[in-house]
Design a protein around this ligand. Structure first.
Ligand SMILES: NC(=O)C1=CN([C@@H]2O[C@H](COP(=O)(O)OP(=O)(O)OC[C@H]3O[C@@H](n4cnc5c(N)ncnc54)[C@H](O)[C@@H]3O)[C@@H](O)[C@H]2O)[C@H](O)CC1
Ligand SMILES: [K+]
Length: 525
């Protein structure tokens, strides 16, 4: 599913109106009708029932988002609801379609309360208590920065109120391009967005504030949308399903991919065990693990289905490991370097050798990335071959980029894309709302996952899964998308079972086959 920035949406809007010839008032009317449909679903479990006698409170801003809200107010009145509009902004400031809808609603003689300051807060609280639904039409994609101080109290009361909140286009206070909330934002139960979903619905805190996202094309023709150069896509079941490799009935472990996992060190055998387990849980046919002598037996017991190849190092892998690695990579379909590796300076030469002397698709994670942060140019050694995947968390990304974690988090999409283009590699920037950036300039946003995944070892599980999918023939970009999507989905299944804490990385790995199967069977009757 395509995702747009505010600017792209405005350009699509303007082309629909100015070139294709759909009046803005029709787009606004369709937007309002889409919101009303959702309100009916929320309030009337049973279609046949009427909204008559129910109450709605609508917060309307001074722009077109407010215009949508005033059109919603008109429709709800016609359907028999009692509607109170709190108008934040001087009516004289309203223009165009918003002004039209203000005047139409005013003619209906319903309640419009202009809000200049917090005096109306008491009235607002009363309206909230008496209503069954609230509509947030304060700000839409035109919003940037901080909610004005004078409005903060209204949003606080709205967020505290015990009634469903429907956000028009985007929760007010959430920035459409970044998902940033500077001070406060409306907590939506449902957000009805128009045209295409926005970046801010999935980045930053977007997933939290947006609630259930409903997308209505409001009659903007595909022809108009198609002309926009869109670069961002949302990962969904439908996107992932075709990527899942089929299992040929005559297949065997030799045809299901050979993966080589390189990592582990004395005291950090768990990371490489988790990555190995995950690789097998995703279906790799053969798994070979190169690891230091000191933990070879531990790893062997930890992943009994794998073969373990001790390197000529005792505690941590160094350049001495190159001969074993080189041998194992002969005929490998994919490899991963990093889980539990720790950082022996000389191992950087092994990474360079892998990148230069082999063409095996490689996933670099954890300490492999930390080692490379000493010589970031190494990452361009595979430029243009599309078979290098990096899976940094924000801290590792910051180290490689030589900036702060805050800077990474403030510009997740921009930094991931810039580095994917610079290194010619696929960059998986982990964290809430993982971003998969491709060297071809596209980014894929992942909506699955939750805070419960913030537990040790889940990054190793992700690395093993991406390696496994590549080994089974999934193209590296698809494998990276599958990895983050299924990883998050497994976390969501475990959250439903255990809540937001207490499930472990091992359980995430063990849950991967289940979520893969659920997606595989989508649409099967
Ligand atoms: N196809 C569509 O997407 C349609 C979208 N519609 C709706 O129009 C809004 C966008 O409307 P716009 O007038 O551009 O801006 P907003 O209503 O989002 O914002 C109002 C106004 O607020 C000002 N502002 C911005 N940031 C701040 C701030 N931090 N503090 C105070 N004021 C701020 C800014 O000047 C804005 O002009 C879109 O979301 C949809 O809801 C169409 O109606 C239907 C088709
Ligand atoms: K809004």
């Amino acid at each position: 599913m395509r995702i747009v920035s505010a600017g792209q949406m405005r350009s699509i809007d303007s082309n629909a109106i100015n070139y294709f010839g759909i009046p803005g008032s029709i787009l606004m009317e369709n937007a309002a009708l889409a919101v009303v449909r959702e309100i009916k679903i929320i309030l009337l479990k049973d279609e046949k029932k009427s909204l008559r006698g129910l109450r709605a409170v609508i917060l309307a801003g001074k722009g077109n988002n407010g215009g949508d809200g005033l059109a919603v107010a008109r429709h709800l009145c016609v359907l028999g609801m009692e509607v109170t509009v709190f108008l934040f902004g001087n009516p004289a400031e309203l223009q165009g379609d918003a002004k039209l809808n203000y005047e139409l609603f005013q003619k209906m003689g319903e309640k419009i309360i202009p809000v200049e300051d917090e005096k109306q807060l008491r009235l607002f609280k009363l309206a909230l208590m008496q209503s069954q639904v609230a509509v947030d039409a304060l700000y839409g994609i035109g919003f940037k920065g901080e909610i004005p101080e004078s409005l903060a109290g209204f949003i606080e009361d709205l967020n505290k109120a015990d009634l469903p909140v429907v956000c028009v286009d985007i929760p007010s206070g959430l920035e459409a391009d970044t998902g940033k909330v500077h001070t406060i934002a409306v907590q939506g139960d449902v957000t009805v967005t128009f045209g295409l979903p926005k970046l801010g619905h999935f980045l930053g805190e977007g997933l939290i504030y947006t609630g259930r996202l409903v997308i209505d094309q409001i009659s903007i023709p595909e022809k108009v949308i198609g002309e926009e150069k869109i670069f961002a896509y949302l990962l969904t079941d439908e996107v992932i399903r075709p990527l899942i490799p089929a299992r040929h009935i005559l297949g065997h472990k030799g045809t299901h991919g050979r993966a080589v996992l390189i990592g582990g060190s004395l005291g950090m055998s768990g990371a490489v065990i988790l990555a190995g387990k995950s690789a097998l849980r995703c279906g790799a046919g053969l798994l070979q693990i190169v690891t230091p002598e000191a933990i070879a037996e531990t790893v062997d017991l930890g992943v009994i289905e794998a073969t373990v190849w001790p390197a000529k190092d005792y505690e941590m892998l160094s350049v001495n490991a190159w001969s074993v690695i080189q041998e194992r990579l002969q005929g490998a379909d994919a490899c991963a370097v990093g889980p539990g590796l720790r950082q022996t300076e000389s191992f950087l030469n092994v990474i360079k050798n892998i990148l230069i002397e082999t063409d095996v698709p490689v996933v670099l994670d954890a300490d492999a990335l930390n080692l490379i942060s000493r010589e970031p140019d190494v990452l361009s050694l595979r430029k243009g071959r599309g078979n290098l995947i990096l899976t940094p968390h924000p801290g590792e990304m910051a180290r490689i980029c030589g900036c702060s974690i805050d800077e990474v988090q403030e510009n997740r999409l921009k930094i991931a894309l810039a580095k994917a283009l610079e290194w010619g590699a696929i960059v998986v920037l982990k964290g809430a709302g993982s971003v998969v950036a491709s060297p071809d300039g596209r980014v894929f946003l992942n909506p699955t996952g939750n805070a419960g995944l913030g537990t040790g070892g889940t990054g190793d599980v992700l690395t093993g899964s991406i390696m496994s999918w590549i080994a089974q023939g999934v193209p590296p970009l698809g494998a990276a998308c599958m990895g983050v999507y299924l990883h998050g989905k497994a976390g969501d299944v475990l959250k439903d079972q255990f809540g937001l804490s207490g499930f472990t990385a091992s359980e995430v790995a063990d849950c991967l086959p289940r979520v893969r199967k659920e997606i595989e069977q989508l649409g099967d009757f």
